[in-house]
Design a protein around this ligand. Structure first.
Ligand code: SAH
Ligand code: SF4
Ligand code: F3S
Length: 469
C-alpha cells in the first residue's frame, strides 16, 4: 500500500466505528492562513470520518484546537478555551485534540500535562496526516496520545480537504522556513523549508478551477524562494510545465482557465528577484498588490533581526517595482519595540511608512518567544514605550489609509464579488485587486464574478461602490 492509501484506510476505520452515530465536531483555528489551510485538511479528514461540523462547543463529540504561537496572546487564548471545555470532557467524554504550531514547543506541552491533563491528543505540525490514526487509538484504547515529531515529517499529498469558501482558495506551496529572523518562532515549530512539487500544485489549482474557484492564494513563509532549497541541494525537481522557480510557477498558474486572480503571501524582500517582478507585471491574473513585510525601517534593527536587507535596499526595491509594474500597491507587516529599538530607529520605520504609502499595514508589538535569539537579548523595550510607539505608528497608518481611500473615489476598480455583506444582507461585498473591501448594491447572480465597479464613497475599512455602466 502507498502512504496515502494507508492514511485513507485509517480514515475508513474510524468512519466505520462512527457510522450512524450522528457525531459532531468543533474546530477553532488560531493562526495564520497556513494554519487555516491545515485546518481545512483536518476538516476534510474529520468529515470523512463521519463527524459533521458544529459551531457550538457543547454539541461537539470531538473538539479540535489548531494553535499558533507567533505571539504571546495566542497562548492566553488556548488556555482560556481549555478552561471552557473541561466541563464538556467531564460531562460527556468529548474527545479533545490540540494541534498546530504551539504543540511543537516542549514547555507548552509540559504545561498542558500539568494544568490541563484532560486532553486526549496533542499533535504537531509534522503529523497532521496521522490524525485519523491517533483518533482511532483514542476511540479504541482511551490512552492519551502525544504525536509530535521534532524532525520534519513527510508531507503526504492527496489527503481529503474541506474548504471554507467556494470562490477563494488557499494552496500551500511550501512548508517550513530557513530564515531564522531573530524574533520569530516559526522556523522552530514548522521545520525546514521544503517546497511541494510543481505537478502537485498545478493539479490542485486546476481541480479548484474546475470546481468553480476564482481566486487562488499561494501560501508559504517565504514564497519567492519556492524550490530554491531543492535547486541548491540538487534535489530532483520533477519536471512539469517548465516550473523550477516562483516566477515560473506564477506564469504556469496564470495560464489555468477559470482562475481569475492569483495572490501570494508572504514573499521576503531579500529574495525578490527580477524574474518575479517581471512575472507579476506580465501575468494578467496576478494581483498587483505586493505584501512586502518590512518588520522595521531601521537598518540597525533589521540587521539584529537577521532580515538581510537595509532600509535603503527595501526602499529601492519598492521604487523598482513601482517603475516596472503599472498600478502596483503594497501592504506590509511591522513589529514595534524589538530589543534595542531607539527613538531614532522607530522614526526610520515611520519614515518608510510615509515613503511607501501602504494600502494595509499589519502592526505587531514585539512579543518575546522562548528559544529565539530575540528573547535572550538584554535590551528589551519596556511595555509602556512599546505601546506608545505602537499607537504612534497606528495613527500614522490610519491617516495614510484615509488619504489613500479618498484617492479611490471616482475610479473604476475590478472587484471580485465574494458574497453578501456581513453587516447588511441586502448588499454585496467584494475586493479590489489591492485587497480593499468594497460594498455595493447588486443581485446575487454577481457572486463569484469579477466586475468593474465605480467607487463612490470611502470609510476606514471599506469602500462603497456601484456597478459601472
Ligand atoms: N513568513 C512571513 C510571516 C511570518 S509571521 C514573513 O516573513 O513575513 C507573521 C508576522 O508576525 C511577521 O511578519 C511579523 O511581523 C510578526 N511576528 C513574528 N514574530 C513576532 C514576534 N515575536 N513578535 C511580534 N510580531 C511577530
Ligand atoms: Fe519568521 Fe522570518 Fe521565517 Fe517569516 S521569514 S516565518 S518572519 S523566520
Ligand atoms: Fe502560522 Fe502562527 Fe504557526 S503564524 S506558522 S500558525 S506560529
Amino acid at each position: 500500500m502507498t502512504k496515502i492509501q494507508t492514511k485513507l484506510e485509517d480514515i475508513k476505520k474510524v468512519a466505520k466505528i462512527n457510522e450512524g452515530k450522528n457525531l459532531k465536531y468543533y474546530i477553532l483555528t488560531m493562526g495564520c492562513q497556513l494554519n487555516e489551510n491545515d485546518s481545512e485538511k483536518l476538516c476534510g479528514m474529520i468529515e470523512q470520518m463521519n463527524y459533521s461540523k458544529t459551531e457550538n462547543l457543547g454539541d461537539a463529540d470531538l473538539i479540535v484546537f489548531n494553535t499558533c504561537c507567533v505571539r504571546e496572546n495566542a497562548e492566553d487564548k488556548l488556555f482560556g478555551k481549555l478552561g471552557e471545555v473541561k466541563k464538556y470532557k467531564e460531562e460527556k467524554g468529548t474527545i479533545i485534540a490540540i494541534g498546530g504550531c504551539m504543540m511543537q514547543e516542549k514547555h507548552i506541552v509540559e504545561k498542558l500535562k500539568e494544568s490541563y491533563p484532560f486532553f486526549d491528543i496533542v499533535f504537531g505540525t509534522h503529523t497532521l496526516h496521522k490524525f485519523p490514526e491517533d483518533l482511532y487509538k483514542i476511540i479504541t484504547s482511551k490512552k492519551r496520545i502525544e504525536d509530535i515529531l521534532d524532525i520534519d515529517g513527510e508531507v503526504i499529498e492527496g489527503l481529503p480537504i474541506k474548504r471554507d469558501d467556494n470562490i477563494k482558495a488557499s494552496v500551500t506551496i511550501m512548508n517550513g522556513c530557513n530564515n531564522f529572523c531573530s524574533y520569530c518562532i516559526v522556523p522552530y515549530v514548522r521545520g525546514r523549508e521544503r517546497s511541494r512539487m510543481p505537478k502537485e500544485i498545478l493539479e490542485e489549482v486546476r481541480s479548484l478551477a474546475k470546481s468553480g474557484y476564482k481566486e487562488i492564494t499561494l501560501l508559504g513563509q517565504n514564497v519567492n524562494s519556492y524550490l530554491r532549497v531543492e535547486r541548491e541541494n540538487n534535489i530532483e525537481i520533477e519536471k512539469y510545465e517548465g516550473v523550477n522557480s516562483f516566477a515560473t510557477l506564477l506564469r504556469a498558474i496564470n495560464k489555468i482557465d477559470g482562475i481569475e486572480r492569483i495572490r501570494f503571501i508572504s514573499p521576503h524582500p531579500k529574495d525578490f528577484t527580477d524574474d518575479v517582478i517581471e512575472a507579476i507585471r506580465d501575468c494578467d491574473k496576478v494581483c498587483k498588490l505586493v505584501h512586502l513585510p518590512l518588520q522595521s525601517g531601521s537598518t540597525n534593527i533589521l540587521k539584529v533581526m537577521n532580515r538581510k536587507y537595509t532600509k535603503e535596499q527595501y526602499l529601492a526595491l519598492v521604487d523598482k517595482m513601482k517603475a516596472k509594474i503599472p498600478n502596483v500597491t503594497f501592504s506590509t507587516d511591522i513589529i514595534v519595540g524589538f530589543p534595542g529599538e531607539t527613538e531614532e530607529d522607530f522614526e526610520d520605520t515611520l519614515d518608510v511608512v510615509k515613503k511607501v504609502g501602504f494600502e494595509q499595514v499589519y502592526m505587531f508589538i514585539y512579543s518575546r518567544r522562548v528559544g529565539t535569539p530575540g528573547d535572550k537579548m538584554e535590551n528589551q523595550i519596556p511595555e509602556e514605550i512599546k505601546h506608545k510607539r505602537f499607537d504612534r505608528l497606528k495613527q500614522l497608518v490610519e491617516s495614510q489609509i484615509e488619504i489613500r481611500n479618498k484617492e479611490y473615489i471616482g475610479t473604476i476598480q475590478n472587484v471580485l464579488i465574494e458574497g453578501k455583506s456581513k453587516n447588511n444582507d441586502n448588499m454585496l461585498t467584494g475586493r479590489t485587486d489591492s485587497n480593499k473591501v468594497v460594498v455595493l448594491n447588486g443581485s446575487d447572480e454577481l457572486i463569484g464574478k469579477l466586475i468593474p465597479i465605480k467607487i463612490i464613497a470611502d470609510h476606514m475599512w471599506y469602500l462603497e461602490g456601484t456597478i459601472s455602466k
